[in-house]
Design a binder for this molecule. Structure first.
Ligand SMILES: Nc1ncnc2c1ncn2[C@@H]1O[C@H](COP(=O)(O)OP(=O)(O)OP(=O)(O)O)[C@@H](O)[C@H]1O
Ligand SMILES: [Mg+2]
Length: 512
């Protein structure tokens, strides 16, 4: 006996002839947690889709031995029956179904006559959510009533409800708060203690270092190194991922903050489901030319609601005024906002950022198609040049711009959404969690780009849950809590503690 629960040997996978995985080996012992690390597009998700038979046996080369037996699964059902459970990078929940229905989807409890046993499913779902420290979630409400972080935890709950021997978590924490991540890591420790093996994929390397026993790094579809965590550090993981030392996480570029370009006055947003409840309560602020304004706060603080209201994409009733260059503008809907010089890169790229049926190139030019419509035909040449320019500028990894957008790795889809918005040449660029799921190297590129845009005079609002990032790139920081502005700080000598204290409700300010 090898002592391994899983051995993947020489795994190779191509898409249309282009190799995505090139002879990868991976072995896991029971109770072991492997951190699978690599840049965007390295092949992490693809490797896990091979393992879980999203790509069935026969569509890739190599060999998988699970529990001492050759595994040649043709469907996810088969790998699930064997105890291999995958939580995908993109949420797979059905928004209209209830929380409990989602948790039991494909795995329903039935009564002797064959009817669904809702009572039992709801009770068990409540138990699972208690374990996930989500007691306030109502299991009989549709999943769409809950925000990204909660949905992610519900997805994890769904996996916990299955009998996992090997649990694969592909970017499980991208939309979770620090305390939610702590709960998740606690649950993984529990599973490990019970002998369950895990593969953990995350671009939050601190988290990987905290939970994983072994680090496997892949680059361009090739295995680079397998190292016990005690011999590793976050810096070494980064060096292996990028193939070089990255001695700086945040670029610096002097840029001048000028006059006020935009002003939001008394923005108030009402909860679409409970019209009396305010999600944003009378928030006003100014934004200056060439300024990067960070918006911090804990999840549920109303940050996304605030920026979508400014951009005209908030789904519920909202009041307040938006001023640009000293004039009131009507951003009643996103198209008007774009025409007025606003752009927004949304946090939820799956639902609001990309059009799944279109190619990478089509997605990028979507918001400016009018520009290429000379007379009746679209000018392919010019459009193609602009797309190539954006792809180069963002180091977006795609075989060709004609690839369907869904074929890109998660982080590269995010870059495509960013590229789309940059083509509109906005005066005010709003970024909601711009580096979610983006690797360290690409994060650096995105920050650099933000600084360059600021230096060109574009005013930027960045909503982010990563405090280090807020402090790393902002000129000024707004802190929100429970729908209100709780603090405003110039980013000079500002600490995470100060921002957190403000987010939690201790009013403080250092900005005039
Ligand atoms: N269905 C597909 N068709 C064509 N190419 C694909 C497809 N799926 C993945 N690829 C390509 O395979 C490579 C690996 O992608 P993968 O999604 O595995 O990366 P990843 O390591 O998970 O990245 P990320 O950190 O961004 O999630 C990428 O170059 C991607 O464009
Ligand atoms: Mg991935």
């Amino acid at each position: 006996m090898s002592g391994y629960l899983l051995e993947m040997k020489g795994i190779a996978k191509r898409f249309n002839g282009v190799p995505a995985l090139d002879g990868i080996d991976l072995a896991i012992r029971p109770g072991e947690c492997i951190g699978l690390c690599g840049e965007n597009g390295a092949g992490k998700s693809t490797l896990m889709k091979v393992l879980s038979a999203v790509y069935p046996h026969g569509s890739w080369d190599g060999e998988i031995v699970f529990d001492g037996r050759l595994l040649r699964a043709r469907s996810v059902r088969e790998t699930e029956d064997a105890g291999i459970i995958i939580i995908h990078q993109e949420l797979m929940l059905v928004p209209e179904l209830t929380v409990a229905e989602n948790i039991f989807l494909g795995n329903e409890i039935t009564l002797p006559g064959g009817r669904l046993d809702y009572h039992a499913m709801n009770r068990r779902a409540e138990e699972i959510l208690r374990e996930l420290k989500l007691p306030d979630v109502n299991v009989v409400l549709p999943v769409k009533n809950y925000g990204g972080g909660h949905q992610q935890l519900i997805e994890i709950g769904k996996a916990l409800n299955k009998n996992a021997r090997l649990l694969i978590l592909d970017e499980p924490s991208a939309s979770l708060t620090a305390s939610e991540i702590a709960v998740l890591l606690e649950i993984i420790r529990d599973l490990k203690a019970r002998g369950v093996a895990c593969v953990y994929i995350s671009h939050k390397l601190e988290e990987v270092a905290a939970i994983c026993d072994t680090i496997v790094v892949i680059r361009d579809g090739k295995h680079i190194a397998t190292t016990p965590m005690p011999e590793m550090s976050v810096d070494r993981i980064i060096a292996q991922m990028c193939g070089r030392e990255l001695n700086q996480l945040y670029p610096s570029l002097p840029h001048e903050v000028g006059e006020v370009v935009m002003e939001a006055r008394h923005i108030t947003c009402y909860d679409p489901d409970q019209p009396q409840r305010k999600k944003v309560d009378d928030v006003s602020f100014q934004l200056r030319r060439g300024e990067i304004l960070g918006v911090a706060g804990i999840v549920g603080a109303g940050r996304t609601e605030l920026v979508t209201a400014i951009f005209g994409s908030y789904p519920g009733r909202h009041t307040g005024e938006v001023w640009l260059d000293g004039r009131r503008v009507d951003n009643g809907e996103p198209l008007k906002a774009i025409r007025n010089g606003f752009a927004l890169v949304p946090e939820d790229r799956k639902h609001h950022g990309i059009v799944r049926d279109l190619s990478v190139g089509e997605n990028i030019t979507l918001s400016v198609l009018g520009r290429y419509a000379h007379l009746t035909r679209i000018d392919d040449g010019e459009e193609g040049r602009d797309v190539q320019e954006q792809i180069r500028r963002l180091a977006l990894k795609t075989a060709t711009p004609a690839l369907p957008i869904t074929a890109l790795s998660g982080g590269n889809q995010q870059k495509a959404v960013l590229a789309k918005m940059l083509l509109t040449q906005p005066k005010v660029l709003i970024l909601d969690e711009p580096t979610r799921g983006v690797d360290v190297g690409a994060k650096f590129e995105i920050y650099k780009l933000m600084l360059e845009l600021a230096a060109q005079g574009i005013a930027i609002i960045m909503v982010s849950s990563e405090l280090s990032e807020v402090l790393g790139v902002s000129d000024r920081v707004l802190v929100m809590g429970e729908g209100r502005l709780r603090g405003e700080f110039q980013n000079q000598g500002l600490t995470q503690e100060t921002v957190l204290a403000a987010a939690l409700g201790q009013h403080r300010t250092n900005a005039g």
